[in-house]
Ligand binder design. Structure first.
Ligand SMILES: Nc1ncnc2c1ncn2[C@@H]1O[C@H](COP(=O)(O)OP(=O)(O)OP(=O)(O)O)[C@@H](O)[C@H]1O
Ligand code: SF4
Ligand SMILES: [Mg+2]
Length: 357
């Protein structure tokens, strides 16, 4: 826990007690050679206590920059230009750096895709976990070492005492990812952000790591923000899903809704390509590539690739439409604003056929 009490909430009483993290209108840009890349563009979402929220999207859509923005680890030329990030009652963007250091690692932990690059090659894994413990907790070196071995045991590493004496390169990829998860858990964080935690691993090891994350989430009562481009992982792990395209959240929905009734044409395309693979058919996925974020088309950023495009799409960026039952979408095929969260979901474009509005 941070050593001092947190400052008061940005807007006290605004969030319900089950909201752990509330990101509002966050924008992060990279200014490179007279070009401004809007990597995260007006992004808003909420992580509830105890839930697994998946953030999905193609490569370059802004998933990792969103994670780094929450941790305030965006390095120049990247810069958070607007928004707020409320976590446990305070605005992380308004915290002095010293206070943010206390949040980082202790209350919010980040697990990266490539464990080897996240570990220091010249220290044993036991020393590295002990060091992480010592950064945030008052403990003797001996106590921190004992805690490191206990954490390696908790993440189901066989021979935890022996493994604590090993160097990262002496471990397999799966073991290294377990070490990173142990390190992430060392101060009992409330939120773990796992950025493609299984992408670099073999399929069988991937399944083991996902099982471990699920187990640790229950044991430590964590919330998990799981970043992935793998919809199979999403189906297995998530309670809710955010779909990101070109720096924006284009759809948000509970897990069952997103698979049963995806609303955004991009989400529909992602699902169609995955289903084609699992049924052994070759499907091309979504035609075209993610646009250059420094030169987005006017209107909807997905319009050059969208099979449901209508003339308005190329002129105007869509507003958010709330479809009910926790589903929201940014697409001109749905009326902006929307119904109450309990109302039934609107008819989808695939049912009705697109029409120009
Ligand atoms: N260091 C940087 N310098 C300049 N632009 C950057 C930098 N890091 C990220 N970007 C820009 O931000 C965009 C989003 O990057 P990000 O790493 O968040 O994508 P991602 O969704 O995590 O992709 P992936 O699935 O490949 O990890 C990139 O397309 C790039 O244009
Ligand atoms: S706004 Fe238009 S172009 Fe964008 S996803 Fe919807 S239909 Fe397609
Ligand atoms: Mg990434």
């Amino acid at each position: 826990m941070p050593d001092q009490p947190m400052p008061p909430a940005m807007e006290p009483g605004q969030s319900s007690p089950d909201v752990l993290l509330e990101v509002r209108r966050l924008s992060t840009v990279f200014a490179v050679a007279h070009r401004t890349v809007r990597a995260v563009d007006d992004v808003s979402f909420t992580v509830h206590r105890g839930e697994t929220l998946a953030l999905v999207g193609e490569s370059g859509s802004g998933k990792s920059v969103t994670a780094l923005s929450i941790m305030r680890l965006v390095a120049p030329p990247g810069r958070i230009v607007s928004g707020s990030i409320a976590f446990e009652g305070c605005d992380l963007l308004a915290l002095p750096e010293r206070r943010m250091q206390a949040v980082r690692g202790a209350r919010i932990a980040l697990v990266f895709q490539e464990p080897l690059s996240a570990l220091n090659p010249v220290f044993t894994v036991g020393d590295q976990i002990a060091e992480a413990v010592l950064v945030h907790k008052q403990a003797s070196r001996r106590e921190a070492r004992t805690r490191a071995v206990a954490l390696l045991d908790a993440v189901r590493i066989p021979d935890p005492a022996g493994t604590a004496r090993a160097y990262p390169h002496q471990l397999s990829g799966g073991m290294r990812q377990r070490v990173l998860i142990a390190m992430a858990l060392c101060c009992r964080p409330a939120l773990v952000i796992a950025d493609e935690p299984t992408t670099a691993l073999d399929v069988t090891i991937q399944a083991e790591i996902l099982d471990l994350l699920r187990e640790m989430k229950a044991a430590y009562q964590l919330s998990l923000l799981l970043i992935t481009h793998d919809l199979g992982v999403v189906a297995e792990m998530a309670d809710r899903v955010l779909v990101m395209y070109a720096g924006r959240i284009v759809e948000e929905a509970p897990i069952h809704t997103v698979f049963a009734a995806p609303a955004h044409p991009y989400t529909q395309g992602l699902l169609a390509s995955v289903r084609g693979h699992t049924e052994g058919r070759h499907l091309p996925g979504i035609d075209g590539t993610v646009p250059d974020l420094a030169a987005l088309p006017p209107g909807c950023a997905f319009s050059p690739r969208c099979p449901s495009r209508i003339p308005r799409c190329e002129r105007e960026a869509p507003e958010e439409s709330r479809l009910g039952a926790g589903q929201a979408v940014r697409c001109h095929l749905y009326p902006p604003g929307g119904s109450s969260p309990t109302s039934t979901i609107l008819q989808r474009p695939s049912d009705s056929g697109p029409e120009d509005r």
